[in-house]
Structure formats: C-alpha cells, structure tokens
Write a protein that binds this ligand. Structure first.
Ligand SMILES: CC(=O)N[C@H]1[C@@H](OP(=O)(O)OP(=O)(O)OC[C@H]2O[C@@H](n3ccc(=O)[nH]c3=O)[C@H](O)[C@@H]2O)O[C@H](CO)[C@@H](O)[C@@H]1O
Ligand SMILES: C=C(OP(=O)(O)O)C(=O)O
Length: 437
C-alpha cells in the first residue's frame, strides 16, 4: 500500500499545469462507441486509473483502443458486444455512460447496476427514464440493467427531475443516433456537457443548446471517428488553487479556464485571496489570513460538489465560523472524521458542516474516503504541524496525475512512498523523529 507523507509549513510558489478533465474524457471516450466508421483520436487525456478502466470497458465491447499516456485512439467500427460487467462498473461508476452509446448504436445494452458509493446512493433512474421515453424497454434483474429497443430509439421530450450530469450525457449519446428530435429539459450545464456536445457535433451529430437548461438533439443516420482535444480539468485546477491559497503562496495554475471556475473564484476572493486571470491560466496569491465564508454546493454554475472537501481544508484554516452545505450528494462528508483526526474543530448538522477556524491542524495518519478527500487531506497537511500521512491513494489516482510530484515542484515537503519504504526509512533513522512527532 502506498501513502503520501507531507510535512506542513512550506509556501507554494511557481507554475503548475492542469491535465485534461477526467469528467470530460470519460463521456467522450464512451461516445466514441457511436462511430461506426473511422478512428476517434482524443488528445490531452490524463493518465488516470479511471481512463484505463473506461478503455478496458471499450475493449471488452469489441473495439480497438490504444493509449500512450496522453492520447486515446478508438476504432469502434466492428460490431459491438453490448455488456459491461460488474468488474468494471464496480471500479468506476462512470462505466454506465456506455449505456446510451450502446443503445443508440445497437439498440441494446446490458450494464451491471452500479450500486452506492462513499458519497451517496447515486441512483440512475433519470438515465433510464430518458431511455424509456425514447422507446427502450428497461429491465432490472440479477444485478444488471438491460435496455432494448425494437428498431431504433425515437426522439422524445424528456424533463429531468434534477440536472444530473450523467443522465444528461447518457441521454445525449443515445439521442445522437435516434430517429427524430429529442428535447432534453432541466439538463446539467457543466462545461463537460459542452465538451461532449462539441465532440458529438464534430462526429457528424446535431446537438444544440449544451451549456443551457435545454438541449435539442436531432438524430442522425451515422457518426464518424474524429479528432478532439479534452478541456482542462477545472477540479484539478481548483484543487491547486486551494493548495496555493492555504499556504499563502503565489502559484500560476496554467490551463485553468476562469469561466469554468467562476463560483470558486468568487468564494476565494470573498476569503481575501487574490486571483489574477493571466493569458495562460489563473494566478492565486494567498493572504496571510483567510476570511471565513459560507458555501452551498449546487449544479453548475453553482459551487461544485467536487470542490467541497478541498474548500473545507481552506475554511478550517480561515478566521471565524464557516458553514458548508452539500445539496448535490446526500453523504459527501465522510472526510469530516478524518479532518477531526487532524484536530479540526468541525461538526456535521444535517446536510451542513460547521467549522470554527483557524484550527491548529496537526499531522496525523488519515484515510482518503474518495478522490477529492484524498486531495483535501493532503492540502490540509500542507499547513499542519508535523507529518500527515494520507492512505487509500487508489481514490486519488482516479482523479489526479502525479499529485504529490506537482506539489513537490511547487515547493511542498511531500513524498509518496510504499509502506515498506517507510519502514526502511524508519530503520535507517533518517526522519524517524519527525515521523513520530
Ligand atoms: C464522471 C463524472 O462526470 N462525475 C461527476 C458527475 O457524477 P454523476 O453524473 O454521477 O452525478 P449526477 O449529476 O448524475 O448526480 C447528482 C445527484 O443526482 C442524483 N441522481 C443522479 C442521476 C439519477 O438518475 N438520479 C439521481 O437521483 C445523484 O444521486 C446525485 O445526488 O457529476 C457529479 C455532480 O456534479 C460530480 O460530482 C461527479 O464528479
Ligand atoms: C465524484 C467524482 O467522480 P465520480 O463521479 O467519477 O465518482 C469526482 O470527480 O469528484
């Protein structure tokens, strides 16, 4: 097992470059299944475990997929298999995103039921409602969801009960090859939805309105493999912005797109952090003291739930009482107990967390409960007394490429080691005193 060891007290300075967005690349790779002719070439793909998983799912569906660490190429021109088994869906819930493409292209999909996860129960009823409205018969049994349509899916008017990102994407992909027009209302407006729509349109699709509350998809006969570059990861960018700010540092987050980060930037400015939009990214200059603020997570353009735990680290370090209310997922506070292990003054009340800062954070061994918690605990470690060890890094690797390396390049005192290395270091008595501090 590996862990990150970080010693607090260093200011971050310099430039960090963000990768392509995990939450954009996963649906785009799923959408390559729609191309019955030609090869899809996807650029700026981050080397994340989730990308390896979705590539495996596609290979299992009878496509040829190559990945050189930054570019994915998919040839989906052969007849597709239609089943995504539990071994993939268990590893990564976003595997359900192949359902819309499979249904649109072949008229059939069989995907293992995703089940709950550490941040909530995460049902997919809105995805299925959309497929049914387009004429698919949906059956759930033996741990699988099966959807099938006689002939082709038919365009329909679909209203989502909640602007679900995954449901919007899955239905867009299914509708791209349906007969007629689909009008999808109350949809998610995230930048990743716009990236998917751009990809579908390049493939020969006809998708309008992505980024607004209503998306209109005119089904087409056929889609083709094309080249596409993934948008920068706004959550990775936001994570480094928090890391820079908490240390009172001065960091240029290269590739960060300010329009994708407007709610985070607004909150950071309220906290007294200087944000400068530069030509190639966003510069963050942390103040000596951070001001407390309240935050409520919401669908885009509201404050993103995927930045909630990193912001919690920052607010624990701020002067005064802050409240974070989580409205997107019903159980995304598992990291609160881990922050308590670091001496945080923090309590949960219903869907809110109340923090009294500034906490005198202390290094401790803490376990990541999801990918953003892994980053958040590391960020808290940057300003904690002594050493913080973050374990369960399989979560971190789902969403961050070389996280510790990028922080180290900015001046953090941080390394990633295996358990055995720590024992050896301890035996060699190099940092043993500090590690036990
Ligand atoms: C791979 C990817 O892009 N993941 C992102 C995506 O997840 P994901 O697409 O799973 O998130 P959704 O927007 O679908 O989920 C938001 C809320 O809607 C609920 N819901 C969703 C679908 C449904 O059919 N029924 C239902 O009740 C969920 O349980 C959750 O409470 O958007 C989330 C919300 O911004 C982000 O945190 C994730 O990082
Ligand atoms: C919750 C997240 O991702 P996923 O939907 O893939 O679990 C995330 O990226 O923070």
């Amino acid at each position: 097992m590996e862990k990150i060891i970080v010693r607090g007290g260093k200011r971050l300075n310099g430039t960090v470059k963000v990768e392509g967005a995990k939450n954009a690349v996963l649906p785009v790779i799923a959408a390559t299944l729609l191309a019955s002719e030609g090869k899809s070439v996807i650029k700026d793909v981050p080397a994340l475990s989730d990308v390896y998983t979705i590539n495996e799912v596609l290979r299992h569906l009878n496509t040829d997929v190559s990945f050189d660490g930054s570019q994915v190429e998919v040839n989906a021109s052969r007849e597709l298999f239609v089943e995504a088994p539990f071994e993939y869906v268990r590893k990564m819930r976003a595997s359900v995103l192949v359902m819309g493409s499979l249904l649109g292209r072949t008229g059939k999909a069989r995907v293992a039921l995703p089940g709950g996860c550490a941040i909530g129960s995460r049902p997919i009823d809105q995805h299925l409602k959309g497929f049914e409205a387009m004429g698919a018969k949906v059956k759930v049994g033996n741990g699988f969801i099966e959807a099938e349509v006689d002939g082709k899916l038919k365009g329909a008017k679909i209203y989502l009960d909640f602007p679900s990102v995954g449901a919007t994407e899955n239905i867009m992909m299914a509708a791209a090859l349906a007969e007629g027009t689909t009008v999808l209302e109350n949809v998610a407006k995230e930048p990743e939805i716009v990236d998917l729509a751009n990809f579908l349109n390049k493939m020969g699709g006809n998708v309008k309105g992505a980024g607004t509350g209503t998306i209109r998809i005119e089904g087409v006969e056929r889609l083709y493999g094309v080249e596409h570059t993934i948008i920068p990861d706004r959550v990775e960018a936001g994570t480094f912005m928090c890391a820079a700010a908490i240390t009172g540092g001065n960091v240029l987050v290269r590739g960060a797109v300010p329009e994708h980060l407007s709610s985070l930037i607004a909150k950071m400015e309220e906290m007294g952090i200087t944000i400068i939009e530069e030509e190639d990214g966003v510069r963050v200059i942390g103040p000596e003291k951070l001001k407390a603020v309240d935050i409520k997570t919401m669908p885009h353009p509201g404050f993103p739930t995927d930045m909630q735990s990193q912001m919690m680290s920052l607010l624990l370090h701020a002067q005064g009482t802050s409240v974070i209310t989580e409205t997107v997922f019903e159980n995304r506070f598992m990291h609160v107990e881990e922050f308590r292990r670091m001496n945080a003054d923090i309590k949960i009340e219903g869907r809110s967390v109340i923090m009294n800062g500034p906490a005198s954070l202390q290094g401790a061994e803490v376990a990541a409960t999801d990918l953003r918690a892994a980053a958040a605990l590391t960020i808290a470690g940057l300003v904690s007394e002594g050493y913080t060890r973050v374990t369960e890094l399989k979560h971190l690797d789902r969403g961050y490429v070389n996280f510790h390396g990028k922080l180290a390049a900015l001046g953090a005192d941080i390394e990633r080691i295996s358990e055995t290395e720590e024992t050896e270091t301890t035996i060699n008595n190099t940092i043993v005193t500090d590690l036990n501090a």
